[in-house]
Design a protein around this ligand. Structure first.
Ligand SMILES: [Zn+2]
Length: 453
């Protein structure tokens, strides 16, 4: 993918060079440089030896991530953070009026700036890097090459229960490693029939300004960020700022999650399964939710489900959420790890009569969710009605309904029609949750737990 807005410039004004060895792996460093007063624009290019893809399946070479801080500071939450582009941009421009996504345009104060370098992978021969900086190269702004414009056509889908919405909570745009613009993603979400879209670019929030709030004929936009650390990824929704991602330790992740939760964000552990990349911390911190279903079900999501169930059994009241993790709207190449379409899977949330961001996050906080294979369903509603459990299944004919309490199957029955409500005695367990399983053994829908004790 070409980097918008970056033109070849004159020879660099500043060159930063250095080397990382294997012991430096996954440790971010700040590399300072000085800029004079009167600055309007910076162009930054970087390269490094033995480059390999950031895909967790690839090894033996180097992957070097990059970010940028201005003189307003480098500490957690600082306004000085101008963006982080992982390893997916070789060059970018940051200026007063515009910046290459995912970087944020804005004031260009003189003084000490810092390039943030993260040696995500360091191969056996070490990683030699070179960063070239051009001061005021006068690069003209890029134009958005939108391929999706106009009024989206919403598909005809089975109705949800009144007060319930369907959405996708996890996707990426050109503000991280996706291939499309926020407006295109929202268009695609509408055409998938979604009522809301969680927007979660890696370690950036600059995409949020392009989305706007959505709503009306468009899906409601849930502002978010995928906090991308070297030991696992977590989502924060309902936040407009970046959260600390640079220290891959359990205590650091706990601190960052707690801070996000205290600021009102809803927080989830993402894709805790091999190659997710996995969640390597021995804590889920202040997480409210676990992304139990990321991309196609067959992509080892049964291990994410086990991760979640172990924590439910330990009494941790974690909501089930899902996300397509979609990156590529336009690419012809198959993206094996992520869904090819929004809504695969779909998260359904009870948001009540006045649906907005707060109501959707409220439903997620209350664990009033289920996750299904697609926006078309199947739909699975689990309620406690006095001494009974009521399970309503829509569109699940031919599958098996399984109720799971404390990690064990407590009921299993066939779903005989596409509109079916069944009741069961409340089991003597701490929690119960429901799941639909196809005749080939794939999970097609699963609910958050109801806590009984
Ligand atoms: Zn992720």
């Amino acid at each position: 993918m070409s980097d918008p807005g970056v033109a070849a410039g004159r020879s660099p004004d500043i060159v930063l060079e250095g080397r990382f060895v294997e012991a430096d792996r996954m440790r971010y460093v700040l590399v300072p440089f000085e800029v004079p007063p009167g600055l309007h624009q910076l162009e930054i290019r970087y390269s490094y030896s033995d480059r390999i893809d950031s895909d967790p399946l690839v090894g033996g070479g180097n992957t070097l991530d990059i970010g940028l801080f201005d003189p307003r500071g480098t500490e957690t939450g600082s306004l000085g953070f101008r963006g982080w582009s992982g390893s997916h941009k070789d060059a970018f421009v940051v200026g007063e009026d515009w910046a290459t996504p995912p970087y944020a345009p804005g004031p260009m104060p003189p003084g000490t700036w810092n390039v943030l370098l993260g040696p995500y992978k360091v191969g056996p021969r070490g990683c030699d890097y070179r960063v070239e900086i051009r001061i005021d190269p006068d690069v003209a702004p890029f134009e958005r090459d939108l391929i999706r414009t106009g009024t989206p056509r919403r598909p005809l889908l089975p109705d949800a229960r009144p007060g319930w919405l369907r959405g996708d909570l996890h996707c990426h745009t050109r503000y991280s490693d996706g291939d499309s613009w926020p407006a295109e993603m929202l268009h695609a979400a509408s055409e998938a029939g979604l009522d809301f879209l969680g927007v979660t670019d890696h370690n950036n929030v600059a995409h949020q300004a392009e989305y706007g709030p959505g709503g009306g004929a468009w899906p409601i936009v849930i502002p978010g960020v995928e906090v991308t650390t070297y030991g696992g990824h977590w989502n924060a929704w309902g936040t407009d700022r970046w959260w600390e991602f640079r220290e891959p330790s359990g205590p650091a992740v706990e601190r960052a999650m707690r801070a996000a939760a205290e600021a009102g964000a809803l927080v989830s552990v993402n894709h805790p399964k091999p190659f997710g990349p996995a969640w390597e911390y021995d804590t889920v911190g202040a997480a409210h939710a676990v992304e139990v279903w990321n991309g196609p079900w067959s992509g080892l999501n049964s291990l994410a489900l086990e991760f979640w169930e172990r924590r439910l059994r330990a009494g941790q009241r974690l909501t089930a959420v899902g996300g397509s993790d979609m990156h590529m709207l336009r690419a012809a190449d198959p993206d094996m790890r992520h869904s090819r379409g929004l809504g695969g899977p779909t998260t359904w949330v009870e948001a009540g009569a006045q649906p907005d961001v707060a109501a959707i996050l409220g439903g997620m906080h209350a664990s009033r969710t289920f996750v299904s294979a697609s926006p078309a369903g199947p739909q699975l509603y689990l309620d406690r009605v006095e001494d009974e459990l009521a399970v309503e299944v829509r569109g699940g004919q031919g599958s098996a309904l399984v109720l799971i309490g404390d990690g064990r199957v407590v009921e299993a029955t066939a779903v005989l029609s596409d509109e079916q409500t069944m009741t069961f005695a409340v089991p003597p367990t701490a929690y119960v949750r429901a799941q639909l399983v196809s005749s080939t053994g794939e999970v097609t829908a699963l609910t958050s737990p109801i806590w009984l004790a």
